[in-house]
Design a protein around this ligand. Sequence first.
Ligand code: ZN
Ligand code: ZN
Length: 102
Amino acid sequence: MTTAEIIRMVLLDDMTRFYNSKAWKNVRAKARRRDNNECQLCKAEGKHSKCEAVHHIKEVRDYPELALTLSNLFCVCKVHHNREHPEKLQKQKKKFDNEERW
Ligand SMILES: [Zn+2]
Ligand SMILES: [Zn+2]
């Protein structure tokens, strides 16, 4: 998948296609392995919880060229992922539970 293709998905608001892509699933699996399948923010607090989402540090919409870059990703639990997206929580409560969305 090229950056141009990702940009097109962003413009068409077709992120489902991105999150369903093989390229994303590959890099997501790598991030989970690297992070030991644990929430990195819980870990920083000395706790352990399962990785429930792989978060983009720089959002795909703003940095499509970093969408598949491992160093732009880290594992989070649901609680921490929600905290990383306070603006979306208000607008898109329904999509909130879907770890693939963001
Ligand atoms: Zn956490
Ligand atoms: Zn996220």
